[in-house]
Design a protein around this ligand. Structure first.
Ligand SMILES: C[S@@+](CC[C@H](N)C(=O)[O-])C[C@H]1O[C@@H](n2cnc3c(N)ncnc32)[C@H](O)[C@@H]1O
Length: 428
């Protein structure tokens, strides 16, 4: 399953977050599922180092159409180098997998290559985190963050913790921590978001006490900083313009006691099903709409919103540690289209904001092109918009907003800019 999934993602260009649940879900044994997942994420994180390691033992590169063979060998090599799997088990299981994949000719090759890799031990030069990123991204990271870029790339390659958001409509964080401790699950309060709990070890969330009944959700700590920044109050009219899968939609509602007139839009209708499922599990209510949020003429009823959350589509380079396939799929050329969409959404949604109201612009990126630059370009065109400085113990101020870099206090990389609409001047 791991070899097939890696082939679909790396060779077939498929998205890991779309393919993984289906592929891994087919494994009914929880331990097998966890093992396959560890292999897939591990190979994606250490892909170039593993390929270089493998090349030492191959007489010639494998053909492109045999990528499933390469994937099987990389999985085995990952087990040999990074997991506590007995070498004989890693080798013999790989040989069996190749037979099952219809590549019996590769069995002898795999046996020879993997035994040689086992005898030779670790490759002499240790892998460089930089090499696990496409050159354009390493260069863009360095240009944007000259002092921090090495740390950012290293953080992109580390495993992220499992973080929960306590549903404050059901109880407080201390009680949730006690409940987890009673179930033998080691966890601690996160540092900045008052709703966040970090687990010492990842596990299947469905098994955590209280998940089914909506007592918490899975959400990175940095993502949990958004709702309190916008700070909607009970009864207010709020727009969540890019809502799926609904993590921040639900948090906005929880933050305001479940009492918002909240419209949650996403243009991907099928992803709205995830928002619906999340809200149902948490027993929360919002109006959901499948639409292009920027095409306001098609859906806006003319009543202004007191708050708008624009969690814009972005390169997602801030969450590479959770989605290691982003490095394989994202191209430098994607940025221009993304920044155009971000600017278009911001400009289209601003007129819907009530005077005195606030709009929070969020991305899970650390590239200024889709953060400060988008806000600066917008401010140059909107004379009724002002930036509200975000004072916080997390992240660092930027020209227009505040940035959390990946790995900072073990959070995902997120950018926030808070804009307020000036109240209309009274007529003279
Ligand atoms: C960063 S994700 C949102 C994550 C979500 N806010 C959460 O916290 O779970 C961005 C979303 O924007 C949606 N999107 C992209 N372009 C859009 C548009 N023009 N109108 C509405 N939604 C859009 C995508 O389908 C995607 O679900």
């Amino acid at each position: 399953m791991a070899a097939r999934l890696l082939t679909a993602v790396i060779d077939g260009g498929q998205s890991l977050s779309r393919e993984a649940p289906r592929a891994l879900g087919a494994l009914t044994d929880e331990r097998e599922r966890a093992f396959a997942q560890a292999c897939v994420y591990g190979v994606l994180r250490h892909y170039h180092a593993l390929q270089a390691d493998l090349a030492r033992f191959l007489q010639r590169p494998l053909r492109e159409r045999d990528f499933d063979v390469t994937a099987t060998l990389l999985c085995a090599l990952y087990q040999l180098r990074h997991m506590r799997v007995p070498a004989h088990a890693a080798v013999s299981a790989s040989v069996e997998v190749l037979r099952e994949l219809g590549k019996p000719w590769a069995c002898k090759l795999a046996n020879g290559v993997l035994r040689a890799a086992q005898r030779a031990g670790e490759p002499p030069a240790t892998a460089d985190d930089r090499n696990e990123h496409p050159a354009w991204l390493a260069a863009a990271t360095r240009a944007a963050w000259p002092a921090e870029w090495g740390g950012i790339l290293a953080a992109n390659n580390r495993q992220a913790p499992l973080t929960l958001r306590v549903n404050t409509l059901r109880g407080n964080r201390d009680a949730a921590l006690e409940r987890l401790a009673a179930a033998g699950i080691a966890a601690r309060p996160a540092r900045h978001a008052t709703t966040a709990i970090t687990l010492d070890q990842a596990c299947t969330v469905e098994r955590l006490p209280g998940f089914d009944t909506g007592e918490f959700s899975v959400q990175d700590e940095a993502a949990q900083l958004a709702a309190p920044l916008l700070d909607p109050r009970p009864g207010q009219r709020v727009l969540d313009a890019c809502a799926a899968p609904g993590g921040k939609t639900a948090h906005l509602l929880e933050h305001a006691g479940g009492q918002l007139a909240l419209l949650a839009i996403d243009h991907a209708a099928e992803r709205l099903d995830d928002v619906r499922a999340n809200l149902t599990r948490l027993q929360l209510d919002a109006e959901l709409l499948a639409a292009d949020a920027a095409a306001t003429a098609q859906w806006w009823d003319g009543r202004p919103f007191e708050h708008i959350l624009l969690d814009a589509p972005c390169s997602a380079v801030g969450v590479i540690r959770r989605h290691p396939d982003i490095r394989f799929h994202r191209r430098a050329a994607d940025l221009a289209a993304l920044t155009a969409t971000q600017g278009r959404l911001l400009a289209a949604l601003w007129p819907l904001l009530a005077a005195g109201g606030s709009l929070l612009y969020v991305t899970c990126s650390y590239l200024p092109a889709e953060n400060d630059d988008v806000i600066a370009a917008f401010l140059a065109t909107a004379d009724d918009a002002e930036v509200v400085a975000i004072e916080a113990a997390w992240g660092q101020p930027t020209a227009q907003g505040r940035q959390v870099l990946p790995g900072e206090d073990d959070m995902d990389g997120f950018y926030f800019a808070l804009l307020r609409k000036r109240a209309a001047r009274a007529a003279p």
